[in-house]
Design a binder for this molecule. Structure first.
Ligand code: SIN
Length: 324
């Protein structure tokens, strides 16, 4: 039987068109038009397309995440497909990949991809990226139930993948681990000894409007505590610090965050560095200040993880266990 792949389109530069005045606009084409350019006619696969959204991924929202995850879960429940591809803008692709990896446990895998050049550019990279994504999603040997990203011929695990370049065609990498493999023509070649990590799976929150509100504070030399205080005054449920080095910030800012933690806000210390662990109570006394250390999760991942964790519990020690 032909393997059945469902492509879910969400917009992005892969669906972008060049503008008359120069530049381009993301999210201008439906999924069917993208598939028509991907050169999959003789692949022997049964490929169907649906449009979940048509946005530049700077406008990716919790509501679209919810729709996307719910559609994939429904396809799994009905046994409709053998693999799913998500065509996505590159700007927030790593966030969506990480989110999906935490709310899906599936008998098939999900592969995200996008493009750095609009679909009608002479050097458009969307068609080959989409072709690779469909081939990978149809590959029985790829780890079932994993969420992966394929881009520029490289395969990355949702846990490790980062957008590392604002304009290069090789825009994604896995700086903490390296790629899972590469796609060469029709061949999927796995890096020996590399596999996507299995992680805790969360229930998909009932509706996007009910998710805990969590923001990110980016630390920098001379950071003014007034900015931190103004953010805390919003009364949100949690904050992630994209801290210097091992999750640090100026003393006054840490004091303001500790004060908020004492009043019930959950504060997670993560990093602004590209790689590495934020360890508990190394430079900052997490026990005294009431903070959670993010471990290997960068600030974007920590924000998503904190939202999902806080939908289950507000107990700080339990939330800490979700991170380490
Ligand atoms: C977007 O993220 O939607 C725009 C940029 C891109 O896809 O490369």
């Amino acid at each position: 039987m032909r393997r059945r792949i469902l492509v879910l389109a969400t917009g992005g530069t892969i669906a972008g068109r060049q503008a008359a005045h120069g530049g381009y606009q993301a999210g201008q084409m439906a999924g069917q038009a993208l598939l028509a350019q991907a050169g999959l006619e003789n692949s022997g696969l049964h490929v169907e397309v649906e449009d979940i959204a048509c946005v530049g991924s700077q406008d990716m929202s919790l509501a679209i995440w919810h729709r996307l995850a719910a559609r994939i879960l429904a396809a799994a429940a009905q046994g409709e497909v053998d693999g799913v591809v998500v065509a996505h803008g590159t700007d927030t692709l790593e966030e969506t990949a990480f989110f999906l990896s935490r709310v899906l446990r599936l008998p098939f895998h999900v592969v995200l991809t996008g493009a750095m050049r609009p679909a009608d550019a002479a050097d458009a990279d969307g068609p080959v990226n989409l072709r690779h994504a469909v081939l990978l999603a149809a590959e029985p040997a790829a780890g079932d139930g994993q969420v992966m990203v394929v881009f520029g011929g490289e395969i990355h695990a949702a846990q490790w993948v980062r957008k590392i370049a604002a304009s290069s065609l090789r825009a994604f990498a896995s700086p903490d681990a390296g790629p899972l493999g590469v796609v060469i023509g029709k061949d999927i070649c796995w890096t020996p000894g590399m596999s996507a990590p299995h992680a805790r799976c969360y229930a998909l929150p009932v509706d996007a409007g009910s998710w805990p509100k969590v923001g990110i504070l980016y630390a920098y030399a001379g950071m003014d505590c007034a900015q931190v205080q103004a953010s805390l005054d919003l009364g949100w449920d949690g904050w992630v610090l994209a801290g210097m080095g091992n999750g640090n910030a100026p003393q006054a800012c840490l004091a303001a965050l500790a004060d908020a933690a004492r009043q019930g806000t959950v504060v997670v210390r993560s990093r602004r560095c590209l790689t590495g662990w934020v360890t508990r109570a190394a430079e900052v006394d997490d026990d005294a200040m009431g903070f959670v250390a993010a471990g290997l999760y960068d600030a974007l991942q920590a924000r998503t993880l904190l939202m999902l964790a806080m939908a289950e519990t507000r107990e700080r020690s339990v939330i800490q266990a979700h991170f380490l």
